[in-house]
Design a protein around this ligand. Structure first.
Ligand code: SAM
Ligand code: GLN
Length: 287
């Protein structure tokens, strides 16, 4: 067990000891405790991670130990590494994230891939990303298909500010970011493709405890988690061009419910796609 206030500020502490103690402490909250410990220590003492491996015996100075202790405490409290680092890799891009944005998940790259398969290179089309967060889906599509115009919306002004900064930082010009409730900011527009990773966690899901540092509004959507999906399935129909497609991420037990919702809203050609773990994750429907 690691004591409160570990690592100690007074004792001699080597890089190797700091890493093994932190790894043990992090194993309760992280799937990659050693990697997290290395990344946190490298940040705290401002050296590349690779430096740690050849310098296990080196003593840490007090300021370094203090910085390490502070971030370690946050991580042990469940704060995602992405919020500590302020960034997350998605679709080979380094995206800025903040506690106002969901941390983009690798599963969402499945949705991006499905959308890109629908857009031959060098064709023009209009694509909408509903609930863009840090901009992950919109940025990936706009980057891969520079001829397309992408519109991305979110109800969170703080999330949109991060998304806009990401577009600027990555020099991706073909995205417009709009503030508002789902399709509200684009209701007189029309799109060839609509992509969305809406909140879909039921409001009593026990996993929410682990996700407590992420915005609730990005995760939770009513009793069964399907409120946003119901709204989007109904409203997206009015802004999709004839022959257009809707790509929707959802929970791994929601595929039947999502299919029924889309069918009721008169979408056709409904097909579900699995993620890398083999779980149903994205449903595609046509108009
Ligand atoms: N697309 C991003 C991603 O995959 O990383 C973020 C997805 S997150 C699951 C859902 C997003 O929907 C959040 O950014 C949240 O702010 C946004 N959102 C929640 N309610 C909304 C609403 N009523 N209208 C528009 N966006 C909303
Ligand atoms: N996939 C996320 C999770 O449970 C949920 C994201 C969402 O609600 N869209 O970790």
């Amino acid at each position: 067990m690691v004591r409160e206030g570990w690592p100690p500020l007074n004792d001699f502490l080597s890089i190797g000891t700091a890493l093994s103690g932190a790894t043990e402490a992090l194993s309760k909250v992280s799937d990659s405790p050693r990697l997290d410990a290395e990344l946190l220590l490298a940040r705290a003492i401002d050296i590349p991670r690779s430096y740690l491996f050849a310098h296990a015996e080196e003593e840490l100075d007090r300021a370094g130990v203090e910085r390490f202790q502070n971030t370690l405490k946050l991580r042990i409290d469940g704060l995602p590494m992405a919020y500590i680092a302020g960034e997350k890799e998605f679709w080979s891009m380094t995206l800025m994230v903040s506690p106002a944005t969901l941390v983009p998940r690798p599963e969402t790259e499945i949705l991006v891939n499905l959308v890109l398969q629908e857009i031959p290179r060098a064709t023009k089309c209009r694509v909408l990303d509903l609930g863009t967060g840090c901009g992950a889906i919109a940025l990936a599509i706009a980057k891969e298909r520079p001829e397309c115009d992408v519109v991305a919306t979110d109800v969170s002004e703080d999330a949109l500010a991060i998304a806009r900064q990401n577009a600027r930082q990555l020099s991706i010009p073909n995205i417009e970011f709009l503030l508002g409730d789902w399709i509200e900011p684009v209701k007189s527009d029309s799109f060839d493709l609509i992509a969305t990773n809406p909140p879909y966690v039921p409001d009593n899901d026990p996993d929410l405890e682990k996700l407590r540092h992420e915005p609730r509004n990005a995760l939770v959507s009513g009793n069964d988690g399907l409120d946003a999906i119901r709204l989007i399935a109904a409203d997206a129909a009015s802004i999709i061009k004839a022959g257009g497609k809707l790509f929707m991420e959802h929970g791994d037990t929601q595929q039947d419910a999502v299919e029924a919702i889309l069918g009721k809203a008169r979408w056709s050609g409904i097909a579900v796609h699995k993620d890398m773990a083999g779980f149903p994750r994205v449903t595609v429907a046509s108009r």
